[in-house]
Structure formats: C-alpha cells, structure tokens
Design a protein around this ligand. Structure first.
Ligand code: SF4
Length: 477
C-alpha cells in the first residue's frame, strides 16, 4: 500500500499566465507583424518548479476563454491593466488566486492590491520561487518586493510557451537607464544603474533562438560612454564570430552614431532598424522634459546622426511626442514638417501621456490636470493615442483635432510611400526599407483604427511587396 502510494503520479498544479490586451490598441497588432512575445511571463515560466504545468493565454493571439488553473499570473502595462483587472475578477469570483506584476502594478501597488490577490512590485526574478512556495503552503502574501539583481546568470524565458506566430523573438541584454526623462518610468522600475548581461550569456541565448528576426528589448542597447560602446561592439562581433544569422532591431539614444565602429558591427551583425527617442525638435521642450542628451546635442546635429546611421544600411524609427506642455497648433505642425523633411524613415508619433511612476504624472495629479482619472477604468485610455489631461494652451477639442491633422500628414499613404522610397535610397537595404515601412503601417493602422474611410493596410497592399522577394513580416506557412 505504502509503495503503491509512492508510485502514484501526483497531479501537477496548473499556473495560467495571461498577457492581457487593450482592445483600443488592436490596430497595432491587426496583422500581428510588429509585436513581441511577453518576455516577463516567459521568465516566470522558467522559474516555476517542475511540479507545475504552465500555460500561456496571450490575448495578442488568443480570444479569452476561461481556463482552469490553480494560480493565475498576469502582467500589464498601464494601458492594458484595466483588462488585466477584468480578467483577474473572473478568476477571483471563482476563488482562484491571482497575481499581478509588471510596470503598472509596481507603480500603483495599492490600487492593484484591491483588485488582485497578490502584487509583485519590481522585477520578478528574486521573488517568484518564494511566491510559489508560499502558495503551496497556503500562505500567499499580499505583496512581494523584487530586488534589482545583477544581470549575470539572468533567467532565460521559456520560449516554447510563446505563440508560434510571433515573427520576432525578444531578447534582453541590459536593464536600467541612467537618464531620468520626465515622462518615462523605466528608471523607476528598472533603476538608474545600467546593468549589463555578460556578452557570452547573451550569445549563448541567441544561439538557442529559432527566429531569424530579433528585437533587443533593452531601453538603450548601446548605453552611454566609451565602455558601453566597447561592450556593444563586443556583442556585435560575437554575433558575427559565432555565425548567428539574425536581422535585428533595437532602441537606442541619439548617441547611437557617435562611434562608427559601433554602427559598422551593428550592421554586419544584422541591425536593420533603430528606434531613437527624439521626442521634440525644440531645445526648450527637450530641456523641460529633462531629455538631457538630445538637448545637449542640439537639433542641428540630428541630420548627421540619421545620415551616418543610414550609411550602414540601418533605418531610423523616430519617436516623437505631441501635446507637450508648451505645444500649440503651430509648434505641432512644425514638428510634423520637421519629421516629414528630415530623413527619418519610420515615425512613432504619440500623445503625451502621464504614466504612473513619472514626474509628469505626479505633477499633473498635484495640479489636478488629469481629466481621465476614473481609475482603474480610465487606464485603458493611457495608450498614447488619446489626450487624458487638460492642456494649458489648447482646449480638449483643439488639441485632439490638431493631433489628428498631424497624424494625417505623417501617416497618409502618399507620405508613407515617399518615405519608403527614400529609405531604400538612403539605406540601400530592402529589409531596412520594409521594416520601417511595416512600422509606419502599424502606426497608420493604430491611428486610423476608427476611421472607416481608411482600410487597414498590410505591406502587400500598397506595393505588392511579396513580389520583391522575401518579406520578413509575412510569415511563410
Ligand atoms: S525615455 Fe529612454 S532615456 Fe529617458 S529615462 Fe526612459 S529609457 Fe531612459
């Protein structure tokens, strides 16, 4: 009897991981081309012991349907947290404990504690194992406070969990940012210290990845200063030396072009596009938002930055903000003109959004400037496509209408076609052209989501790009 009991298989507990989707941002993923797997949930899966079965419900791909579980863990940005709370409520009604982590819950833990059973504040790696142990003992706590660990021996995500139709794999090589831009909460969440993963560990992980398109999710892959540049060069050389065949995309600061050796090896190792946080073409606004590096470099140097990057076959995805405190209809029109005339290949034009954990949010709350503040419902509007605050110089209709006019000028089909041709000429790289064009189409689909006069566009719709050859955004069946 005793032996029989020992041999009986103990049923595994089930952990359901959920990646919630804000339905207002569906335009971004309508063709599922430029979206990235939820790395944090993949890391949780790796950290979960073997006596658990782990499943992922990813709303980027899966329609939500109730699935049985012993424990449910969700991650959320501010814009998707309303949806996360909605899903959590479904499970809590049935008595299934829910855990919420990610940047929003870390910035608003008191709110989250009212709506889920357990909140993970900060990075999850240092706390997940004890959270599971506590659950198994029936002693799940209300909150777990993650530490900022060194990036040595960083936990790799369980990639087999991610949906097979993600075109890009996401990989992280650094965490943290030494800058403190007023609108950004990265430095609050990941800390001001720029933590680096050992190069060999990154390369080992890259060798295990089946995708040939990679998004380095670091906030700044190149970092700041000569030491960081050397580290970037070492990483890129490592990709080349190990024969890792990937095409990749990353975010970086305006110092990306400071050292051409960085660009040379970035390009040789597969870099085809870089997102640069440009934000505004006006020095006073850059100073106001504490965007120190850009303000120090000065707008006049930007064209040189773009052309140097292009020389190495890399496209520039420029991120800009509309609705800054000193913006007027005229300054926003001037921003659009600047973007359309500068050699920027793809554009991310978002509306200033006060995210929890930022100086901007704290100030707007204090000054009673936020208009969409019926939380948690209103977080769903914090997707950078809606004005959620009272602007000093423009009333709500003026700012909203003016931004819509600017989007039209930035993303209309003619502009996008012209940009595509220009990118091909400037980078001489069809992949850089297609990637930047694909990004523009995603933003087009997002900003015109509710405009019935505009069809959703796919890469093949305008140029019949399938004809050109391999289209990295169209997954081969
Ligand atoms: S916007 Fe970029 S540079 Fe500024 S604090 Fe955030 S991550 Fe750092």
């Amino acid at each position: 009897m005793h032996e029989f009991a020992n041999n009986m298989a103990i049923p595994k507990k089930k952990l359901l991981l959920i990646n919630p989707l804000n339905s207002s941002t569906k335009g971004l993923i309508i063709h599922k081309q430029v979206i990235y797997p939820p790395l944090g949930l993949g890391i949780i899966a790796t950290l979960t012991p073997d006596n658990w079965e782990v499943e992922l419900l990813d709303e980027n791909f899966d329609e939500f349907e109730y699935r049985k579980a012993d424990l449910v863990a969700l991650t959320a940005l501010t814009s998707s947290v309303t949806r996360a709370y909605e899903i959590a409520a479904t499970y809590r009604e049935k008595g299934i404990p829910t855990v919420l982590g990610g940047i929003h819950a870390s910035m608003m833990p008191e709110e989250a504690k009212n709506l889920v059973d357990t909140v993970v504040i900060g990075e999850v790696e240092s706390v997940w194992k004890s959270l599971i142990e506590d659950f198994e003992k029936g002693e799940l706590k209300k909150q777990y406070m993650g530490k900022l660990l060194s990036m040595e021996n960083a936990v790799r995500p369980t990639r087999s969990l991610f949906h097979k139709d993600y075109n890009f794999a996401s990989v992280q090589t650094t965490r943290g940012c030494p800058m403190s831009c007023d609108f950004c909460s990265v430095h609050t969440f990941n800390g001001n210290c720029y933590r680096l993963r050992p190069i060999d560990e990154v390369l080992d992980e890259l060798e295990t990845i089946e995708h040939n398109m990679v998004y380095f999710v670091d906030d700044n892959l190149i970092g700041y200063g000569k030491k960081s540049q050397q580290r970037a060069i070492e990483l890129f050389k490592g990709i080349i030396d190990r024969g890792i065949k990937i095409e990749w995309f990353c975010s970086a600061s305006m110092n990306f072009a400071d050292n051409e050796e960085v660009l040379e090896y970035a390009s040789k190792s597969g870099c085809r596009m870089v997102l640069l946080g440009i934000e505004s073409e006006r020095i006073d606004q850059l100073q106001d938002m504490n965007k120190k590096l850009n303000a120090k470099m000065g707008i006049d140097s930007y064209d040189k930055v773009f052309s140097t990057i292009h020389k190495y076959g890399i496209a520039v995805l420029g991120a800009f903000i509309y609705g800054l405190p000193t913006d007027t209809p005229e300054t926003m029109a001037a921003r659009t003109e600047y973007i359309n005339n500068a050699s920027i290949d793809a554009v991310q034009a978002t509306i200033l959004t006060p995210l929890p954990g930022t100086g901007l949010f704290n100030r707007m709350i204090e000054d009673n400037k936020i208009t969409l503040n019926n939380y948690p419902e209103d977080w769903q509007h914090y997707h950078f496509g809606k004005v959620v605050f009272k602007h000093e110089l423009m009333d709500h209709d003026t700012i909203s209408n003016e931004i819509a006019l600017n989007w039209d000028k930035l993303y209309n089909e003619n502009t996008l076609k012209k940009k595509f041709i220009r990118t091909l000429k400037q980078t001489k790289s069809p992949i850089a052209g297609i990637w930047s064009y694909g990004s523009n189409l995603q933003y087009y689909n997002l900003v015109f989501e509710h405009d019935d006069s505009r069809p959703h566009l796919d890469l093949v719709d305008i140029f019949g790009l399938k004809e050109i050859g391999e289209n990295p955004f169209i997954k081969q069946q």
